[in-house]
Ligand binder design. Structure first.
Ligand code: FE2
Length: 295
Protein backbone atom coordinates (compact mmCIF):
# COMPACT_ATOMS: atom_id res chain seq x y z
CA UNK A 1 0.00 0.00 0.00
CA UNK A 2 2.96 2.31 -0.39
CA UNK A 3 1.08 4.29 -2.99
CA UNK A 4 -0.58 6.01 -0.03
CA UNK A 5 2.58 6.42 2.02
CA UNK A 6 4.75 7.67 -0.84
CA UNK A 7 2.59 10.21 -2.54
CA UNK A 8 5.55 11.50 -4.55
CA UNK A 9 5.13 8.53 -6.85
CA UNK A 10 2.07 10.13 -8.32
CA UNK A 11 2.55 12.70 -10.98
CA UNK A 12 0.39 15.75 -11.13
CA UNK A 13 -1.80 15.77 -14.21
CA UNK A 14 -4.33 18.14 -15.63
CA UNK A 15 -6.30 15.11 -16.66
CA UNK A 16 -6.56 11.86 -14.76
CA UNK A 17 -5.05 8.82 -16.47
CA UNK A 18 -7.05 5.64 -16.96
CA UNK A 19 -4.91 4.06 -14.24
CA UNK A 20 -5.75 6.83 -11.78
CA UNK A 21 -9.46 6.53 -12.55
CA UNK A 22 -9.24 2.75 -12.13
CA UNK A 23 -7.32 3.15 -8.85
CA UNK A 24 -10.02 5.48 -7.58
CA UNK A 25 -12.77 3.04 -8.52
CA UNK A 26 -10.90 0.16 -6.85
CA UNK A 27 -9.70 1.95 -3.73
CA UNK A 28 -12.15 4.81 -3.18
CA UNK A 29 -9.22 7.18 -2.67
CA UNK A 30 -6.88 8.96 -5.05
CA UNK A 31 -3.83 11.04 -4.10
CA UNK A 32 -2.67 13.71 -6.56
CA UNK A 33 0.45 15.61 -5.46
CA UNK A 34 1.04 19.14 -6.74
CA UNK A 35 -2.55 19.53 -7.91
CA UNK A 36 -2.49 23.03 -6.43
CA UNK A 37 0.50 25.35 -6.54
CA UNK A 38 2.12 26.76 -3.44
CA UNK A 39 0.78 30.18 -4.43
CA UNK A 40 -2.77 28.84 -4.67
CA UNK A 41 -2.48 27.30 -1.21
CA UNK A 42 -0.95 30.46 0.19
CA UNK A 43 -3.77 32.57 -1.24
CA UNK A 44 -6.46 30.72 0.70
CA UNK A 45 -4.32 30.57 3.83
CA UNK A 46 -3.79 34.34 3.63
CA UNK A 47 -7.48 34.90 3.01
CA UNK A 48 -8.31 32.85 6.09
CA UNK A 49 -5.92 35.02 8.12
CA UNK A 50 -7.94 38.04 6.92
CA UNK A 51 -11.24 36.39 7.81
CA UNK A 52 -9.93 35.58 11.28
CA UNK A 53 -8.92 39.21 11.77
CA UNK A 54 -12.57 40.13 11.16
CA UNK A 55 -13.97 37.53 13.55
CA UNK A 56 -16.01 38.86 16.47
CA UNK A 57 -16.40 36.53 19.47
CA UNK A 58 -19.81 34.94 19.90
CA UNK A 59 -21.75 35.04 23.12
CA UNK A 60 -21.19 31.31 23.35
CA UNK A 61 -18.53 29.77 21.16
CA UNK A 62 -19.25 26.42 19.57
CA UNK A 63 -16.86 23.51 19.89
CA UNK A 64 -16.60 21.02 17.05
CA UNK A 65 -15.71 17.58 18.32
CA UNK A 66 -16.42 14.22 16.70
CA UNK A 67 -15.80 12.49 20.03
CA UNK A 68 -18.30 14.65 21.94
CA UNK A 69 -20.89 15.77 19.32
CA UNK A 70 -22.54 18.48 21.45
CA UNK A 71 -22.25 20.77 18.43
CA UNK A 72 -24.69 18.62 16.47
CA UNK A 73 -27.57 19.93 18.61
CA UNK A 74 -26.55 23.58 18.46
CA UNK A 75 -28.24 26.13 16.23
CA UNK A 76 -24.93 27.81 15.34
CA UNK A 77 -23.82 24.55 13.71
CA UNK A 78 -27.20 23.51 12.29
CA UNK A 79 -27.68 26.81 10.44
CA UNK A 80 -24.10 27.03 9.13
CA UNK A 81 -24.73 25.32 5.78
CA UNK A 82 -25.00 28.62 3.94
CA UNK A 83 -22.73 30.71 6.15
CA UNK A 84 -19.12 31.20 7.20
CA UNK A 85 -18.92 30.14 10.83
CA UNK A 86 -16.14 29.37 13.27
CA UNK A 87 -15.82 26.23 15.37
CA UNK A 88 -13.35 25.74 18.19
CA UNK A 89 -11.34 22.85 19.50
CA UNK A 90 -12.44 21.27 22.78
CA UNK A 91 -12.75 24.08 25.32
CA UNK A 92 -10.92 22.05 27.96
CA UNK A 93 -7.72 22.14 25.98
CA UNK A 94 -8.08 25.57 24.38
CA UNK A 95 -6.20 28.51 25.81
CA UNK A 96 -8.33 31.46 24.67
CA UNK A 97 -5.42 33.84 25.02
CA UNK A 98 -3.76 32.16 22.05
CA UNK A 99 -4.27 33.35 18.44
CA UNK A 100 -7.45 32.12 16.77
CA UNK A 101 -5.63 29.85 14.33
CA UNK A 102 -4.22 27.97 17.33
CA UNK A 103 -7.63 27.44 18.94
CA UNK A 104 -10.01 26.84 16.04
CA UNK A 105 -11.02 23.43 14.76
CA UNK A 106 -12.53 24.64 11.49
CA UNK A 107 -14.44 27.30 9.57
CA UNK A 108 -17.43 26.21 7.50
CA UNK A 109 -19.55 25.51 5.56
CA UNK A 110 -20.12 27.87 2.59
CA UNK A 111 -16.75 29.57 2.14
CA UNK A 112 -16.81 28.50 -1.51
CA UNK A 113 -20.04 30.43 -2.21
CA UNK A 114 -19.65 33.45 0.05
CA UNK A 115 -16.00 34.39 -0.25
CA UNK A 116 -14.47 35.37 -3.62
CA UNK A 117 -11.00 33.99 -2.85
CA UNK A 118 -12.35 30.59 -1.87
CA UNK A 119 -14.81 30.63 -4.77
CA UNK A 120 -12.00 31.28 -7.23
CA UNK A 121 -9.85 28.61 -5.60
CA UNK A 122 -12.45 25.90 -6.16
CA UNK A 123 -14.02 27.16 -9.39
CA UNK A 124 -11.03 26.34 -11.55
CA UNK A 125 -11.25 24.35 -14.79
CA UNK A 126 -8.81 21.75 -13.46
CA UNK A 127 -11.11 20.98 -10.53
CA UNK A 128 -14.21 20.84 -12.74
CA UNK A 129 -12.32 18.46 -15.04
CA UNK A 130 -11.32 16.29 -12.11
CA UNK A 131 -14.94 16.11 -10.94
CA UNK A 132 -15.92 14.95 -14.40
CA UNK A 133 -13.10 12.39 -14.46
CA UNK A 134 -14.29 10.81 -11.19
CA UNK A 135 -17.79 10.44 -12.54
CA UNK A 136 -19.81 13.59 -11.94
CA UNK A 137 -22.22 14.66 -14.66
CA UNK A 138 -23.46 17.86 -13.04
CA UNK A 139 -21.70 18.40 -9.70
CA UNK A 140 -23.01 20.77 -7.06
CA UNK A 141 -20.60 22.32 -4.57
CA UNK A 142 -22.32 21.41 -1.32
CA UNK A 143 -19.94 22.12 1.53
CA UNK A 144 -16.50 23.58 2.22
CA UNK A 145 -14.39 23.63 5.34
CA UNK A 146 -11.09 25.16 6.33
CA UNK A 147 -9.55 22.82 8.89
CA UNK A 148 -6.81 24.00 11.26
CA UNK A 149 -5.74 20.89 13.22
CA UNK A 150 -3.67 23.13 15.47
CA UNK A 151 -0.43 21.93 17.06
CA UNK A 152 -0.77 19.96 20.30
CA UNK A 153 -4.58 20.33 20.56
CA UNK A 154 -5.95 19.45 17.09
CA UNK A 155 -8.50 16.75 17.87
CA UNK A 156 -9.12 13.29 16.46
CA UNK A 157 -11.76 12.93 13.74
CA UNK A 158 -13.29 9.54 14.44
CA UNK A 159 -13.75 6.83 11.78
CA UNK A 160 -16.60 7.75 9.48
CA UNK A 161 -17.70 8.00 5.90
CA UNK A 162 -19.06 11.25 4.46
CA UNK A 163 -22.19 9.89 2.79
CA UNK A 164 -24.15 9.47 6.07
CA UNK A 165 -23.69 13.21 6.78
CA UNK A 166 -24.33 14.42 3.21
CA UNK A 167 -26.84 11.80 2.18
CA UNK A 168 -28.17 11.61 -1.35
CA UNK A 169 -30.22 8.99 -3.11
CA UNK A 170 -28.39 7.42 -4.85
CA UNK A 171 -25.17 8.03 -2.91
CA UNK A 172 -23.13 10.63 -4.77
CA UNK A 173 -20.99 12.67 -2.40
CA UNK A 174 -17.26 12.81 -2.93
CA UNK A 175 -14.77 14.73 -0.85
CA UNK A 176 -11.90 16.80 -2.22
CA UNK A 177 -9.30 17.22 0.52
CA UNK A 178 -6.49 19.71 -0.08
CA UNK A 179 -3.28 19.79 1.97
CA UNK A 180 -2.58 23.48 2.59
CA UNK A 181 0.39 22.40 4.69
CA UNK A 182 2.34 19.14 4.72
CA UNK A 183 0.22 16.45 6.41
CA UNK A 184 2.21 13.70 8.12
CA UNK A 185 1.50 10.92 10.58
CA UNK A 186 2.95 13.15 13.31
CA UNK A 187 0.60 16.11 12.72
CA UNK A 188 -2.53 14.07 12.08
CA UNK A 189 -2.81 13.15 8.40
CA UNK A 190 -5.77 11.25 7.00
CA UNK A 191 -5.90 7.46 7.25
CA UNK A 192 -8.31 5.34 5.24
CA UNK A 193 -9.49 1.82 4.46
CA UNK A 194 -9.00 1.39 0.69
CA UNK A 195 -11.71 -0.68 -0.99
CA UNK A 196 -14.23 -0.39 1.85
CA UNK A 197 -16.22 2.18 -0.15
CA UNK A 198 -17.90 -0.75 -1.90
CA UNK A 199 -19.81 -1.62 1.26
CA UNK A 200 -23.23 -0.32 2.21
CA UNK A 201 -23.52 2.74 4.48
CA UNK A 202 -23.50 1.87 8.17
CA UNK A 203 -24.98 5.10 9.52
CA UNK A 204 -27.25 8.00 8.65
CA UNK A 205 -27.02 11.38 10.35
CA UNK A 206 -30.23 13.39 10.13
CA UNK A 207 -32.38 16.09 11.66
CA UNK A 208 -35.05 14.86 14.05
CA UNK A 209 -38.48 16.14 15.03
CA UNK A 210 -37.20 17.85 18.18
CA UNK A 211 -35.08 20.32 16.24
CA UNK A 212 -31.78 18.55 16.80
CA UNK A 213 -30.04 15.72 15.02
CA UNK A 214 -29.55 12.01 15.50
CA UNK A 215 -27.32 9.27 14.18
CA UNK A 216 -29.15 6.21 12.93
CA UNK A 217 -27.20 2.95 12.96
CA UNK A 218 -27.84 0.85 9.88
CA UNK A 219 -25.09 -1.71 10.51
CA UNK A 220 -23.40 -1.91 13.93
CA UNK A 221 -20.30 -3.75 12.70
CA UNK A 222 -17.14 -1.72 13.33
CA UNK A 223 -14.84 -0.88 10.44
CA UNK A 224 -11.80 -3.20 10.14
CA UNK A 225 -9.48 -0.40 11.19
CA UNK A 226 -6.49 -2.70 11.56
CA UNK A 227 -6.23 -2.39 7.78
CA UNK A 228 -5.79 1.36 7.87
CA UNK A 229 -3.21 3.09 5.69
CA UNK A 230 -1.88 6.64 6.13
CA UNK A 231 -2.39 9.28 3.46
CA UNK A 232 0.57 11.56 3.99
CA UNK A 233 0.31 14.56 1.71
CA UNK A 234 2.63 17.40 0.88
CA UNK A 235 1.32 20.96 0.55
CA UNK A 236 -0.71 21.28 -2.67
CA UNK A 237 -1.75 17.62 -2.75
CA UNK A 238 -5.38 16.84 -3.59
CA UNK A 239 -6.91 13.72 -2.05
CA UNK A 240 -10.18 12.55 -3.59
CA UNK A 241 -12.35 10.46 -1.27
CA UNK A 242 -15.38 8.44 -2.24
CA UNK A 243 -18.31 9.32 0.04
CA UNK A 244 -18.46 5.74 1.29
CA UNK A 245 -14.74 5.39 2.03
CA UNK A 246 -14.01 5.11 5.78
CA UNK A 247 -11.42 7.64 6.92
CA UNK A 248 -9.98 8.94 10.17
CA UNK A 249 -7.39 11.34 11.45
CA UNK A 250 -5.65 11.23 14.78
CA UNK A 251 -4.98 14.11 17.15
CA UNK A 252 -2.18 16.47 16.26
CA UNK A 253 0.41 15.84 18.96
CA UNK A 254 3.18 17.61 17.05
CA UNK A 255 4.29 21.20 17.26
CA UNK A 256 3.25 21.88 13.62
CA UNK A 257 -0.24 22.81 12.42
CA UNK A 258 -1.96 20.83 9.68
CA UNK A 259 -4.16 23.20 7.69
CA UNK A 260 -6.42 21.61 5.07
CA UNK A 261 -9.34 22.66 2.93
CA UNK A 262 -12.17 20.36 1.95
CA UNK A 263 -14.92 20.62 -0.63
CA UNK A 264 -17.75 18.13 -0.93
CA UNK A 265 -19.58 17.59 -4.21
CA UNK A 266 -22.90 15.90 -4.89
CA UNK A 267 -24.63 15.01 -8.14
CA UNK A 268 -27.39 17.43 -9.10
CA UNK A 269 -29.80 14.70 -10.18
CA UNK A 270 -29.57 12.80 -6.87
CA UNK A 271 -32.27 13.41 -4.29
CA UNK A 272 -31.09 15.55 -1.37
CA UNK A 273 -33.33 14.82 1.66
CA UNK A 274 -34.92 17.62 3.65
CA UNK A 275 -33.76 16.03 6.90
CA UNK A 276 -30.05 16.22 6.05
CA UNK A 277 -28.33 18.43 8.62
CA UNK A 278 -26.94 20.77 5.95
CA UNK A 279 -29.68 22.91 4.42
CA UNK A 280 -29.53 26.07 2.33
CA UNK A 281 -31.95 28.98 2.47
CA UNK A 282 -34.07 29.46 -0.65
CA UNK A 283 -32.12 32.53 -1.70
CA UNK A 284 -28.82 30.66 -1.75
CA UNK A 285 -29.28 27.56 -3.89
CA UNK A 286 -26.42 25.15 -4.50
CA UNK A 287 -24.28 25.97 -7.49
CA UNK A 288 -21.80 24.18 -9.70
CA UNK A 289 -18.35 25.12 -10.93
CA UNK A 290 -19.56 27.69 -13.46
CA UNK A 291 -20.41 30.87 -11.60
CA UNK A 292 -17.62 32.99 -10.21
CA UNK A 293 -18.15 35.53 -7.47
CA UNK A 294 -16.87 38.90 -8.61
CA UNK A 295 -14.93 40.61 -5.84
FE1 FE2 B 1 -14.93 13.07 6.35
Amino acid sequence: MDKYTDADKHKSMAELSDTQIQDFENDGVLVIPEFFTTDECDSVQNRMTELLSQYRPQEKETVFSTTDNTHTQEDYFLTSGDKIRFFFEDSEVVDKSRPLELTLNKVGHALHDLDPVFSNFVRQPKLAKLASDVGFLSPLLLQSMYIFKPPKIGGEVVWHTDHPFLWTDPPSVKGLWVALEDATIENGCLWCLPGLHKEQPRQRFRRNSSGGTEMITLNPDPFPTERKVPVEAKKGTLVVLDGLLPHWSGPNTSSRSRHAFTLHLIEESAEYPKDNWLQRSDDMPLRGFETQIVD
